[in-house]
Design a protein around this ligand. Structure first.
Ligand code: 3HC
Length: 311
């Protein structure tokens, strides 16, 4: 009966076993994974927009090629994670419809504008850096398809972070105007990047369940702190400052203590009122509408091929 199956499931999780699509799982576990994985996939797809904005304006062919490669990777990550989500019995068309209608969440970070070329470097360094911290841990999540997707995605994220940090290092060592441009980008992207890790643990309704079922292996605050500890020395290495006057090293905890996050801004952006939320959804809807003919053609081709096979 249900309680025996739940006990068996919990024992499997506690033993560190991986749950596969055909295994029994509590409906709540499945729902949590659909929620988390679909929002992750949506984030990858929407994340292409702020970066794509600079492909036609990259300062050199080399920069343009690596930006094109990165944006293509994000598309692949999105499709890959939609595939993983579909192993839980949902249809990606439903998930995409939820995104297009504004019902589904995606990462708050992609609702900020990319105002200068330096933003592309800082996004690679901060946003993909944060994604690496989050996704290397998710590679050990208890749901098999998600964990395996993360292993492949993390390899590409490392290229994303490296190309971003190279842009930042180049600008930071450049002319005074370039130094000013990259410092301005750092000032604008630092706090929104810390918000990527989610609300503080005391305000995280999903963490308890996700930690118990080893979907999450660390809390939001633990991963946020890990990111800060990693990134502060990198900022020092390229001689850019971080926009937090309270940032200081605490030898006892061997951690960088940082200031208060503006949670009002976080919830405003999550609830749809960030700088670019409407623009991002409009762009996604426009792309979806303009792509309708491709979907129709693919369906017509599939129908013709099936009828030939049945003939
Ligand atoms: N943006 C938007 N919504 C957010 C958010 C953020 N940064 N952080 C939290 N939320 C939402 C949650 O979805 C939840 O709402 P819901 O219950 O309606 O879904 C609510 O705020 C409360 O947050 P919780 O902490 O309870 O939610 P989680 O336990 O799910 O933690 C998370 C949030 C840390 C983002 C977790 O879901 C997670 O690790 N997801 C997988 C990774 C992911 O989605 N990363 C997004 C960035 S993708 C990316 O970086 C691409 C790279 O190529 C740049």
């Amino acid at each position: 009966d249900e309680s025996a199956r739940l006990a068996e499931f919990e024992a499997r999780i506690a033993a560190g076993e991986t749950i596969e699509p055909k295994d029994w799982m509590p409906e709540r576990y499945r729902k949590q994974l659909v929620r988390m994985m679909s929002q992750h996939a949506h984030s990858e797809i929407v994340g292409m927009l702020p970066e794509g904005n600079w492909i036609t304006r990259a300062p050199s062919l080399r920069r343009k090629m690596s930006l094109i490669a990165k944006v293509q990777d994000e598309a692949g990550h999105g499709l890959y994670i939609y595939c993983g989500t579909e192993t839980l019995g949902v249809d990606r068309a439903e998930l995409v419809a939820e995104l297009l209608s504004g019902k589904a969440k995606y990462s708050s970070i992609f609702n900020y504008p990319t105002l200068t070329w330096a933003d592309i470097g800082v996004i690679g360094w901060f946003v993909d850096g944060a994604a690496i911290v989050n996704q290397t841990v998710l590679a050990k999540t208890s749901y098999g398809p998600y964990a395996r997707a993360m292993i492949r995605i993390c390899k590409e994220e490392n290229f994303h972070k490296r190309q971003g940090f190279e842009i930042v290092a180049t600008l930071a060592a450049g002319t005074p105007a370039q130094r000013e441009m990259v410092q301005d980008a750092v000032n604008r992207w630092w706090w929104p990047t810390l918000m990527m890790f989610g609300p503080s643990d005391k305000d995280s309704p999903n963490s308890g369940e996700l930690l118990r079922w080893r979907v999450k292996r660390f809390t939001n605050d633990e991963l946020r702190q890990r990111f800060v500890n990693l990134t502060v020395p990198q900022a020092q290495a390229v001689n850019v400052s971080l926009p937090d006057p309270e940032l200081r090293y605490d030898a006892a905890s061997e951690s960088w203590v940082f200031g208060q996050i503006d949670w009002d801004e976080f919830w405003r952006v999550v609830k749809g009122d960030g700088p670019c939320n409407r623009e991002r959804l409009a762009a996604r809807n426009k792309a979806h509408d303009e792509g309708a003919w491709v979907r129709a053609a693919a369906e017509a081709y599939a129908a013709k091929r099936d009828s030939r096979r049945d003939a």
